[in-house]
Design a protein around this ligand. Structure first.
Ligand code: ZN
Length: 327
């Protein structure tokens, strides 16, 4: 294999260059690495969506050189109707770092100055990087899509993962009762400490319906925050109450579940899709973290040179929180 070194990138007008101090990984990174049939990734591509670091080249008076920052995991134009409505994902220029444009598994990354936020001073660089794509996704799912209300019961699947650890905390902060689904008993204490009221353990070879029936008895959920897909979808829908909402942001365990439509119409259920979130929502996430109301959950921090190991850790599904690399 021939390895070519990329020259250090130079920022376009209106952009800044960040010297990367930490980059958090997401399951997205492993999809990008493996490729998705029928999906085009622009190659060569630097992976990594969640960047924290220090401004290193800038002509923005608001972001002088040396400012400690995070980059939004996406870019958008900020001008179009979708952006103005807070639906950045609908922007014609929308692109995700590490998927559509170069990301943060590198020494430098250039991004629009408009998509850079100050790093909360109480967080380390790895902690700040851990609070971007996944917590933003969880925030948008719970608030913009499910419109969760105090007193409701929320199931979070893969509750020890990146989206899960944030969703447990955010739902609990919203006054909901949180039931956390995890794959191993070793994750129980960590998820309870984040605010879950109850933890249901679904072993790797366990039957999701039987496990939920034993734990809950009857339909119990107003909201399901799901990033798993096939493995838990059918069973979790069976435990949605009338007017329940299932929000899906990923399919790490299969993307073609079966769905009994009779339950959907008899019970007025909603099945909602969700991708990422908006810049104002990311500012809310970081403000909560700055105030100590949302805790970073960092599983491990590795040197960037050990990126293959970092991917393997993530794919082994034994993590609690985020896997981070440092250049
Ligand atoms: Zn736009």
């Amino acid at each position: 294999m021939t390895v070519t070194l990329e020259p250090d990138p130079l920022p376009l007008p209106g952009h800044v260059r960040i010297r990367v101090r930490a980059c958090a990984l997401n399951h997205l990174d492993t999809w990008v690495r493996r490729g998705i049939p029928g999906h085009h990734f622009p190659l060569p591509l630097i992976p990594g969506s969640d960047v924290s670091g220090v401004i290193d080249l800038s002509d923005s008076p608001d972001l002088p050189i040396g400012t400690e920052v995070v980059a939004a995991p996406f870019v958008s134009c900020g001008q179009c109707a979708a952006c103005r409505a807070g639906n950045d994902v609908g922007c014609p220029s929308y692109a995700i770092l590490g998927e559509n444009i170069n990301g943060g598994c590198a020494e430098y990354v250039c991004v629009p100055a408009t998509h850079v936020l100050r790093k909360p001073p109480n967080l380390t660089f790895p902690e700040a990087a851990s609070l971007l794509l996944a917590p933003l996704t969880a925030y948008h799912m719970l608030h913009a899509r499910a419109r969760v209300m105090a007193g409701e019961t929320v199931l979070v699947t893969a509750a020890a993962g990146g989206v899960g650890t944030a969703a447990v905390q955010l739902a609990s902060r919203a006054g909901a009762r949180v039931i956390a689904l995890v794959g191993a008993d070793t994750k129980r204490e960590a998820v309870l400490a984040l605010g879950a009221s109850e933890v249901v353990v679904l072993p790797r070879d366990g039957d999701p319906s039987a496990v939920l029936k034993e734990a809950l008895g009857k339909p119990a959920f107003d909201v399901i925050i799901d990033s798993v897909g096939d493995r838990t979808f059918e069973a979790s829908v069976r435990f949605l109450k009338r007017f329940g909402r299932l929000v899906t942001c990923g399919a790490t365990a299969g993307a073609a579940p079966t769905l009994d439509l009779r339950r959907v119409f008899f019970l007025s259920l909603s099945i909602l899709g969700s991708t990422m979130g908006s810049l104002p929502e990311l500012a809310d996430v970081l403000a909560m973290a700055a105030a100590g109301r949302l805790k970073p959950v960092v599983h491990s921090v590795l040197p960037l040179a050990e990126l293959p190991t970092a991917h393997r850790i993530l794919e082994a599904r034994e993590v609690i929180g985020k896997v981070i690399v440092e250049p």
